[in-house]
Design a binder for this molecule. Structure first.
Ligand SMILES: Cc1cc2nc3c(=O)[nH]c(=O)nc-3n(C[C@H](O)[C@H](O)[C@H](O)COP(=O)(O)OP(=O)(O)OC[C@H]3O[C@@H](n4cnc5c(N)ncnc54)[C@H](O)[C@@H]3O)c2cc1C
Ligand SMILES: *[C@@H]1O[C@H](CO)[C@@H](O)[C@H](O)[C@H]1NC(C)=O
Length: 454
């Protein structure tokens, strides 16, 4: 550690969970000259609550896992805060999967599709392990290729929606784009646990990054070390100095900068680097994937869907894969709220971002009328966040693309002189997740601290 008189100054860009965790780690290690620059007026980034019909819902991250052999630090903080949640149980989808024209599929038909999906997933895990132990670093294939190798591909709308639920709903991108070697076998479930906690608390999931911030800031609004509404547009760096310029014309100077913006923002032209980042870095940034996963909430005057045990999640099997596929009612979380949430991904999510709320409502009502009949009421409110169009996010979370090597991923995380990088996309195992973002923030701060020792 540098002595107090030569203590370095650090600028952290972004007040999501990774930037906050990085800043706290530096603070705890004695680096006190820190300023966090956040583009929005909000602390928490992609952990963000909103209201619909007077009820709090999560526009971004919603779940955390626990109950497994590897403690999840996010679950520990949630439990310290007594954050309210429900456990999501998707074990009864075989009785809750709807045909395109309406009516439920027979239980046995869904179970057969689920069995085929489970067998494919098992094959993916084993084949990935074989590739990882034998083949060269660049010998990756897509999840779709592994499905082909397994000898069975989903064909019917039912088989495809069941398969969608298994891979694309997590990855946010289709199996033809996603890396087998770096995604299967999936580790976060076995590590952090089988219990999917769905945050349902008026304080929001964002209470977690805000709590972490309050451990070293006097408050999350008003401490001068946290500057909100500061959109970073330019970073000028030399070997041991950075100057950061924001959209409102302010400049900040420090010895180091840690950039925690999403991979989607790094890929955009929002932030200019002077000099330009080296080729190996730009390539590593451009070649990773930013997925799009969107949630749309509808609040109705009364409910017309089944509630009670084993009804929370239901599927809609449209011939166009990914068309309003995964639905969840919030009756368990907020009884009497009459809220439905639908999740869409990738191209369908991008298409839907171009629609107005009214157009979204019309499409969704078409789907809901097939499932629940013509007489259902129109919603009173519609709520979504268009993450892909939002210049401070450009999507929902990272996905590991097919053929992207570990070596390239190391380069994605590597510092360029005094410019350090963090964010969910940099965690080797839990990329895409809040826990990965939190742990990546701590790791980046530690590697900066290590270089100070020299
Ligand atoms: C719809 C959705 C659902 C999700 N569901 C889950 C889930 O259930 N469970 C889970 O674990 N994860 C989920 N995720 C992913 C999770 O939210 C993210 O992995 C995590 O929150 C990312 O944290 P971060 O700190 O890396 O990035 P961010 O939260 O994006 O933080 C980066 C910050 O940088 C700011 N910023 C951007 N550009 C600039 C700039 N130029 N200048 C200054 N500041 C800037 C942003 O405003 C933001 O606050 C979901 C995400 C979305 C969008
Ligand atoms: C499964 O779902 C059906 C249809 O919604 C419901 O009637 C049934 O009670 C559920 N079964 C269990 C075991 O939860």
């Amino acid at each position: 550690m540098a002595s107090a008189s030569s203590a370095p100054s650090v600028i952290v860009i972004g007040a999501g969970i990774s930037g906050i965790a990085a800043a706290k780690t530096l603070h705890d290690a004695g680096v006190k000259d820190i300023v966090i620059l956040e583009a929005t007026s909000h602390v928490g980034g992609r952990m963000r609550k909103a209201e619909i019909g007077g009820h709090t819902v999560e526009l971004g991250a919603n779940w955390y896992l626990s109950g497994g052999p590897v403690p999840n630090p996010i679950a520990e903080i949630a439990s310290k805060l007594n954050l309210k949640y429900t456990l999501t149980d998707n074990g009864n989808l075989s009785s809750n999967t709807y045909k395109q024209q309406g009516g439920l599929y027979p239980k046995e038909a869904v179970e057969a599709a689920q069995k085929a999906t489970a067998a494919r997933t098992d094959f993916c895990a084993k084949f990935s392990q074989a590739l990882n132990s034998g083949a060269k670093e660049d010998d990756d294939i897509s999840i779709l290729a592994a499905h082909r190798l397994s000898g069975s591909l989903p064909e019917t709308p039912l088989e495809r929606v069941v398969e969608y639920m298994n891979d694309e709903l997590t990855d946010g991108e289709p199996p033809e784009l996603t890396s087998l070697k770096n995604v299967h076998p999936r580790t976060i479930g076995p590590d952090h646990g089988p219990l999917a906690h769905f945050v349902a608390d008026p304080r929001g999931y964002e209470a977690i990054p805000q709590y972490v911030g309050e451990q070293f800031l006097s408050s999350i609004n008003g401490d001068p070390r946290l500057q909100l509404n500061k959109v970073v547009r330019e970073i000028t760096y030399t070997e041991n100095m950075v100057v950061v310029q924001t959209e409102d014309g302010s400049t900040y100077q420090a010895n180091y900068v840690i950039i925690s913006v999403s991979i989607g923002v790094l890929q955009s032209d929002l932030i200019q680097f002077k000099p330009q980042l080296p080729m190996w870095k730009r390539v590593a940034i451009a070649d990773f994937s930013m997925a799009v996963y969107s949630k749309i909430f509808f609040q109705f005057p009364h409910k017309f869907w089944p509630t009670g045990p084993g009804t929370e999640t239901f599927l809609y099997a449209h011939i166009q894969r990914g068309y309003y596929p995964v639905w969840q009612h919030l009756d368990n979380e907020i009884p009497g709220s009459n809220i439905l949430m639908v999740t869409v991904t990738y191209d369908e999510a991008k298409r839907m971002e171009q629609l107005s709320d009214k157009e979204l409502q019309a499409e969704a009502m078409g789907v809901l009328r097939k499932m629940f009949g013509e007489k259902i009421p129109e919603p009173e409110s519609v709520l979504t966040h268009r993450w892909f169009s939002d210049r401070f996010y450009r999507g929902s979370h990272s996905n590991w693309p097919r053929g992207y090597s570990q070596d390239r991923h190391d380069k994605l995380g590597a510092a360029v002189g005094p410019v350090y990088f963090t964010g969910e996309h940099l965690h080797k195992k839990y990329f895409g997740w809040v826990s990965g973002a939190y742990l990546a923030g701590i790791d980046t701060a530690k590697s900066l601290l290590k270089s100070l020792e020299k």
